[in-house]
Design a protein around this ligand. Structure first.
Ligand code: FES
Length: 167
C-alpha cells in the first residue's frame, strides 16, 4: 500500500516538474531571444547598399552620391542617409567618406578657391588630396575613410566606410 502511494507521489512530482519546466522554458526562450536577437543581427551589417549612381556616368571628377538605408540600432529602426565622394581612377572606383578625420565636419570637393582640386573642410581648414590623403600641416591626421564598392546592374553599391589601409 505505502509503496503504491510513494510511487504515485513520485509520478505527480515528475509530471509537475516536467510541465513546470516546459512552461518555464516556453516563457524564457522568447525573452532570451528578444534580448539577444539585435546583438546577433548587428553582426550582419556588412551589406552593400544600392545607390542611384550609374557606374557608366562616373568620371575622373568626384561627384557627391547620397544613399539611404534602414539602420537598426538595437530595437530602434531608422532611415539613414550617407554620402560619398565618388570618382573613377582608371578601372578603379574611389568612394570616399565626407567625414573629416579631424573632428567630423563634412568635407566638400573643390570648395576652396585657393586650393583647387582638393577636399576641403571649412571647420578648421582641413585639406585632403583627391585620393583622400590628408595634407600635412592641416588639422586632419589621417586620410578620409573609403567605402568598399560593387557594381550591380550598372549601378554603384557601397558598403561600410573603413579607414584606409596604408599601402
Ligand atoms: S573638423 Fe575638419 S578640419 Fe577640423
Amino acid at each position: 500500500m505505502s509503496k503504491e502511494r510513494v510511487s504515485r507521489r513520485q509520478f505527480l512530482n515528475y509530471t509537475l516538474t516536467g510541465v513546470g519546466g516546459f512552461m518555464a522554458a516556453g516563457m524564457l526562450m522568447p525573452m532570451v531571444r528578444f534580448a539577444v536577437d539585435p546583438v546577433l543581427k548587428a553582426e550582419a551589417g556588412g551589406d552593400f547598399i544600392a545607390t542611384k549612381q550609374k557606374v557608366s556616368e562616373l568620371t575622373k571628377e568626384p561627384v557627391r552620391v547620397d544613399f539611404t538605408f534602414k539602420q537598426k540600432d538595437a530595437w530602434y529602426e531608422s532611415e539613414v542617409t550617407n554620402t560619398a565622394w565618388v570618382y573613377k581612377d582608371g578601372d578603379k572606383i574611389v568612394a570616399l567618406s565626407p567625414i573629416c578625420k579631424h573632428l567630423g565636419c563634412t568635407v566638400g570637393w573643390n570648395t576652396n578657391k585657393e586650393h583647387p582640386n582638393q577636399f576641403f573642410c571649412p571647420c578648421h581648414y582641413g585639406r585632403y588630396e583627391k585620393d583622400g590623403t590628408n595634407i600635412p600641416g592641416t588639422p586632419p591626421l589621417a586620410p578620409l575613410d573609403e567605402y568598399p564598392y560593387k557594381e550591380k546592374g550598372g549601378y554603384l553599391y557601397l558598403g561600410k566606410a573603413e579607414p584606409r589601409k596604408e599601402a
